[in-house]
Design a binder for this molecule. Structure first.
Ligand code: CP
Length: 305
């Protein structure tokens, strides 16, 4: 398809080749032998209405490594601040013959809305509490590098699932690929209705982490909570923080993952975030490779009549 808006409804036949291509880009990145002509003559605009370190930078690197002209639009200094609507901003960028529009927005569905209005290929770089597809793809690639296959793995996604687009995209991808997914957290952040997504729900870390192959931690998304409902960092860490004692309930050598940004001492202790079991930096590295694969695929699909 022309856009990447989410992973819901994608099939293993669509996901697997994308991960294979990303793996080949990961190897080319390491050997610094990336072909520079894949996106030559193409223009990519990063349009981020919410903060980002990893996603924005890695889309920029991915585009540049493949030869695209990349522009980071700073919304803070744009005409959005003069009252221009999202659709008018997108129409303006489209008129400049943009090929790829990478969008992060606080409203779920904003990238899908733009995709209906512009000729550019739209990539969802995180929309509200909906999806963050390239994050789940890079998580899957990282896991696959350690386990060969995602089928049959037990994965615990822990913490603020309710507000997490990362969790939602990971649930779609991992269940589609045959992993067994557990959500772990307090009932306020892991409500029972999430069970409809084909996952198990646990409200205690001690139950949820037992025998899992992968522990994926999530940040408390305070910016999406009303102020009276924000848990105190100390209480949260006491009951739902990942420390060595809790990690030892998982399989020996279970992978520790976090999409970032981490809040050390809130959802994760430094002793595990920086341990041999942590693949958090590898996730960042795979982020560039996955975004290269996505940009490559979308550009080729536009060339095919
Ligand atoms: N994981 C992630 O989306 O990080 P950023 O907010 O830094 O892009």
């Amino acid at each position: 398809t022309r856009h990447l808006l989410g992973l819901e409804g994608m099939t293993p036949d669509q996901i697997e080749p994308l991960l294979d291509l990303a793996e080949s880009y990961a190897l080319l990145n390491r050997s610094r032998k990336v072909p520079r002509d894949v996106l030559r003559g193409r223009t990519l605009i990063n349009l981020f209405f919410e903060d980002s370190t990893r996603t924005r930078t890695s889309f920029e690197l991915a585009g540049k490594r493949l030869g695209a002209d990349v522009i980071n639009m700073s919304v803070a200094q744009s005409s959005v601040n003069k009252g221009e609507t999202l659709l008018d901003t997108a129409a303006t960028l489209n008129a400049m013959r943009t090929d790829l529009l990478v969008v992060r927005h606080s409203q779920s569905g904003a990238p899908a809305l733009l995709a209906r209005k512009v000729e550019a290929s739209v990539v969802n770089a995180g929309d509200g509490m909906h999806e963050h597809p390239t994050q789940a793809l890079l998580d899957a690639l990282t896991i696959r590098r350690h386990h060969d296959t995602l089928g049959g793995l037990k994965v615990a996604i822990c913490g603020d699932v309710a507000h997490s687009r990362v969790a939602r995209s990971n649930i779609h991808l991992l269940t589609t690929m045959g992993s067994s997914v557990r959500l772990v957290g307090p009932p306020t952040l892991v409500p029972g209705n999430l069970g409809q997504l084909g996952v198990d729900i646990h409200h205690s870390m001690e139950d949820g982490l037992r025998d899992v192959d992968v522990v994926m931690m999530l940040r408390l998304q305070r910016e999406r909570m009303s102020s009276g409902l924000i848990p105190s960092a100390r209480e949260y860490f006491r009951f739902f923080g990942l420390d060595r004692r809790r990690l030892d309930l998982a399989h020996k050598n279970a992978l520790v993952m976090h999409p970032g940004p981490m809040n050390r001492g809130v959802e994760i202790d430094s002793s595990v975030a920086d341990s041999d079991q942590s693949v958090i930096q590898e996730q960042v590295e795979m982020g560039v490779a996955v975004r290269m694969a996505v940009l490559d695929r979308l550009t080729r699909s536009r060339q095919t009549p």
